[in-house]
Design a protein around this ligand. Structure first.
Ligand code: NAD
Length: 438
């Protein structure tokens, strides 16, 4: 399946005369400047926010299974901590770079602020293809990376989480390595751990759940009936499958879903629970399409983006809606499940066309929100039930939605600008009351 310029989510390729930005950092800075125009903020604050506080670059030696030694490069970008410790994922991916980590750490700063969480943005990773690592090598690489980052992370400093190529087990190893060196079990150093070592119920489903909640609220805002709302979901992984199944349960018609193996479409609505998610059986969406009466396979991977649906949820990778296909998007509302699925230039065209784009920093923020709940549970040594987690998540998402909707209505701006305005306003106020020292 081809998705044009799609990559890890954040790498950009200049595709046309509209001069699309090339990296997450460039996009993040452009979005910051764009939103700042709607706010009465000290320009010095905006200038400070264009730069990360620190980027740690570390060498991570690994003894391979055959006894040879290879050295990998790891990064941890810490963007801004005016509202609390840095928070953000650690990825193992060949495309990890300093610039990518900085751009993604900026997005985490806005995401935490729009959700009003007491965190700032961080992001890091190791330049490695996890498919080339045995389980033992993955564990040794994680433990050594944890040791190299040990001085810079901690429950009060910087709290990593899983991201591409890392998972709950990676976080358990990271936490164990950190705890052994610190001399005390410190579950709050990372989130996204297995529940048995301090992970939270509901963490895995949370980003998809928040996408579903925001889709429901957007439908209500634009006077669509949730019952029969037509939805297409690109990417049937953690975010996409959880969002699709919840919306299906709530009465929406999920008419198309896709994964990197292909896309399936049924105008009467798919049985989302019968389609295996990526974790259940990777890239099995097309098998369902072949075996199920009424379902048809879509010819090209990008076709799903161009279906005439009420809501399109890109939940796979970044940069899938670009100037090359933006005029073929026929959905009325786009809810961003993935990080950065819409390029800056495409976003402007969608706005001109009256397509409402609910941004990633709001829609998929359920992940970091339940990470916050996990951190609270770890610090307080008290676990919450799944019902408590989901009920608190619902309430946090509605507060954020209300704050962003308030700016959309008051300033007549896009949902993305409104989310940035809410976030920047909070960050700028914190910077203002704390001051610049010396
Ligand atoms: P995942 O690995 O569980 O699933 C990704 C899915 O996308 C898979 O079904 C895969 O086959 C499919 N896919 C990959 N490339 C594709 C393509 N070109 N076209 C169609 N489908 C494709 O990943 P995930 O955790 O669901 O993450 C998806 C996106 O959401 C990423 O951008 C990620 O950064 C973002 N996100 C994830 C979380 C989280 O905690 N899981 C939180 C916030 C944001």
């Amino acid at each position: 399946m081809s998705t044009g310029t799609a990559g890890t989510g954040e790498k950009r390729v200049a595709t046309d005369e509209q001069n699309e930005p090339e990296s997450a950092l460039e996009t993040a800075r452009r979005q910051l400047e764009h939103a700042a125009a709607h706010l009465d903020v000290d320009p010095g604050v905006i200038e400070r926010l264009k730069h990360p506080t620190t980027v740690h670059r570390v060498a991570v030696p690994l003894e391979r299974d055959d006894g040879s030694v290879e050295v990998f490069t790891g990064y941890r970008a810490q963007h801004d901590d005016v509202r609390g410790p840095y928070k953000g994922g650690l990825r193992f991916h060949p495309d990890v770079s300093e610039e990518e980590c900085v751009g993604l750490s900026m997005w985490m700063t806005w995401k935490c602020a729009v959700m009003d969480l007491p965190f700032g943005g961080g992001k890091g990773g190791v330049v490695v293809d996890p498919k080339d690592l045995s389980d033992g090598e993955h564990e040794r690489l994680t433990r050594r990376f944890a040791e190299e980052l040990r001085k810079f992370v901690g429950p009060k400093k910087d709290i990593p989480a899983p991201d591409m190529g890392t998972n709950a087990q990676t976080m358990a190893w990271f936490m164990d390595a950190y705890s052994m060196q610190e001399g005390e079990t410190t579950p709050g150093v990372v989130t996204g751990k297995p529940p048995v070592v301090g992970g939270s119920e509901g963490r895995e489903e949370a980003p998809g759940r928040s996408v579903a909640i925001i889709t429901r609220e957007a439908a209500d805002h634009y006077d669509y009936d949730l019952d029969g709302l037509t939805v297409a979901v690109q990417g049937y992984g953690s975010v996409g499958a959880n969002a699709a199944r919840l919306l299906d349960d709530w009465g929406a018609d999920v008419v198309a879903v896709s994964d990197s193996g292909g896309a399936v479409h049924d105008p009467t609505g798919l049985d989302t629970h019968a389609i295996p998610s990526f974790a259940e059986q990777p890239n099995a969406v097309t098998d369902y399409g072949v075996e199920t009466a009424g379902a048809e396979l879509l010819g090209d991977g990008n076709d799903i983006l161009e279906l005439d649906v009420d809501v399109l949820i890109p939940a796979a990778v970044g940069n899938v809606i670009t100037v090359d296909n933006v005029n073929d998007i026929r959905a009325d509302v786009v809810v961003e499940g993935a990080n950065g699925p819409t390029t800056f230039a495409a976003d402007e065209i969608l706005a001109e066309r009256g397509v409402h784009v609910i941004p990633d920093i709001l829609a998929n923020a359920g992940g970091v929100t339940v990470s916050y709940f996990e951190w609270l549970q770890d610090i307080n040594r008290r676990t919450w039930t799944l019902e408590e987690v989901n009920s608190e998540l619902e309430s946090e998402m509605l507060s954020a939605w209300d704050a962003v909707r308030g700016e959309v209505e008051a300033k007549d701006i896009t949902w993305r600008d409104a989310a940035y305005v809410v976030a920047l306003d909070r960050i700028a106020e914190a910077k203002s009351v704390r001051g610049l020292w010396p």
